[in-house]
Design a protein around this ligand. Structure first.
Ligand code: F6R
Length: 236
């Protein structure tokens, strides 16, 4: 594992965008795994800048996102599909048909989980997965638990995760309480992983990288992956 500490969020994001660019430039058909949340936003901004300067071509790239809220009443602007479209996909030359997220509005969640896992496999697996980390050590929406999940699955979000997500909603009652997420197994099958974290995650990063590997701290499983880079910014 490579553990890189930088000072600023800009440095963290620049480094992450360099790794993503190198992947696309070495394999123009790369399958990229993306995360939502505050942490990767600057990285996506830099990718848009690189595209606008003709330094990156997304035309053959495919993407799979880690997770999506489950809710039939979720306002569009709170969906992770909307987040990805507005922060990245609508601003670059990616074919939107090659950008995938779980369908959180499905009435058959079990089939949707199986479909999404099979889809990732049918794309040939994930070349590079970008991750953030929750305050409780979740990656994707794999919350602390007694066991890990190998595949895409349906989760009940922890109260602390619902509370953290509520900052983006006008009305806390709108915050979804369940989601579809890649499993720890799905994430661990990615050929390369980059985990991004800022200062507020310093303690949980140290526990995850240097403590016991346990389903109570899902990110700790990354210790077992052969190709992980963690980039921590020491400022907010
Ligand atoms: C998002 C995701 C989550 C976030 C994590 C950190 O798709 O899977 O694991 O990466 O909750 O979120 P932020 O970056 O908002 O602190």
């Amino acid at each position: 594992m490579k553990f890189i500490k930088v000072e600023t969020v800009l440095q963290m994001s620049s480094l992450a965008s360099e790794i993503i660019s190198a992947k696309i430039n070495s394999k123009n058909t790369a399958v990229l795994g993306f995360a939502t949340g505050s942490t990767p936003i600057k990285t996506y901004e830099i990718l848009v800048d690189l595209y606008e300067q003709n330094l990156l071509d997304f035309s053959q790239v495919k993407t799979v996102n880690l997770d999506e809220y489950c809710s039939h009443t979720l306002p569009t602007k709170h969906s992770y599909r909307y987040f990805m479209d507005s922060n990245l996909f609508d601003k670059i030359n990616i074919n939107k048909e090659n950008t995938y997220l779980p369908n959180g509005k499905t009435s058959d969640i079990e089939s949707e989980c199986a479909r999404y896992e099979n889809l990732i496999n049918s794309l040939g697996g994930i070349d590079l997965q970008i991750l953030g980390i929750g305050n409780n050590g979740h990656i994707g929406f794999n919350e602390p638990s007694d066991r890990i999940s190998s595949f895409v699955h349906h989760v009940n979000l922890c109260a602390t995760t619902i509370e953290a997500n509520a900052r983006l909603f006008e009305n806390p009652d709108q915050v979804p309480t369940t989601a579809i997420t890649m499993g720890i197994g799905t994430i661990m099958r990615a050929r390369e992983i980059v985990l991004l974290a800022n200062k507020s995650k310093t303690d949980i990063i140290n526990q995850a990288l240097f403590g016991e590997v346990t389903p109570q701290l899902p990110a700790s499983f990354l210790q077992l992956h052969p190709n992980v880079t963690v980039i921590l910014s020491t400022q907010e």
